[in-house]
Design a protein around this ligand. Structure first.
Ligand code: C5P
Ligand code: MG
Length: 275
């Protein structure tokens, strides 16, 4: 923490004002899902599709090449978000273009997720269950693939009615074949008011002026920009990769930074204290 005093003050305010004033805004990939397990990377919602058997070998190779080219750019601490934005649009557009060539069927999504190596962070059930029990809205704002991440939550039995998702959704034709991705395209660095126009989620929650925000990317910090009249916000950042290079930026930007922590224990501890 850059300022433990600030964190203490915000947590006290969240506790004092209680669950009726609180909402949680979270990223999905590498925030609610695990970054790694036993020294191996876990898949993002895109990777779940990219690595699946429904993709041809050539398609899988091309998608992996894109990941190896663009991911280092995504997390490069020496480039600004303005520099990264057009390159992220390029990555997502090219990856979605490759996926469209693959005849992905809606009815195969559950199996694709079942057979993947996706893992949610330790403590994820406690996290979702606490929020559900206290009727606290959870808004998952993801640049991943909505249909896939919703299925991950469903299979983990945590997709409770208090959970809303904003993400990139697939559009299937009447035979259930993927034909395009729906607009607007959400990538790592446009998770802000510019894509939130499509939802009135935050307007409906205007009395909930206290926020806990969870993310793993610098782009996740603007996810709650659509909330009018924020009174207290606690931002918690998972620093998963290139920890030494990125530590300074993360500490300046997030109230709490969790380095290589594959659990939701800190978040659950805070929720347990304030609820
Ligand atoms: O849920 P979240 O917003 O974190 O999802 C985006 C993540 O998915 C990015 O951090 C990026 O590294 C990853 N990604 C991917 N394959 C793509 C595009 C993005 O794995 N084609
Ligand atoms: Mg993420």
């Amino acid at each position: 923490m850059k300022s433990p005093e600030h964190v203490r003050r915000v947590i006290s305010a969240l506790r004092k004002e209680g669950p009726d004033k609180l909402q949680v805004v979270s990223d999905f990939d590498m925030t609610l899902s695990r970054f790694g397990f036993n020294g191996r990377r876990c898949p993002t919602s895109h990777n779940i599709l990219d690595n699946s058997q429904v993709i041809s070998e050539e398609g899988r190779k091309k998608l992996k090449d894109l990941l190896h080219y663009y991911y280092p750019i995504e997390i490069d601490p020496n480039r600004t978000m303005e520099e990264k934005r057009p390159l992220m649009v390029e990555w997502w557009t090219r990856a979605h273009g490759l996926l469209l060539q693959q005849k992905i069927l809606k009815r195969d999504i559950a199996k694709i997720v079942e057979e993947s190596e996706v893992m949610l962070r330790d403590g994820v059930n406690t996290f979702f269950d606490q929020l559900h029990q206290h009727n606290i809205p959870l808004f998952i704002f993801s640049a991943g693939v909505g249909d896939i991440l919703e299925e991950v939550l469903r299979q983990a039995k945590v997709f409770h009615p208090n959970v809303n998702v904003m993400s990139n959704y697939m559009d299937f034709d009447d035979k259930g074949v993927l034909r395009q991705f729906k607009e607007p395209l959400i990538h790592t660095y446009n998770k802000n008011g510019s894509v939130l126009e499509k939802t009135d989620h935050f307007q409906q929650l205007s009395s909930r002026t206290n926020i806990i925000l969870l993310g793993d990317s610098m782009g996740d910090l603007s996810m709650a920009d659509g909330v009018a009249n924020v009174e207290n916000i606690l931002t918690i950042g998972f620093l998963n990769d290139k920890v030494d290079e990125q530590r300074g930026k993360y500490r300046d930007a997030y109230d709490v930074v969790l380095e290589k922590d594959e659990t939701l224990d800190v978040v659950n501890g805070i929720l347990c204290y304030i609820l």
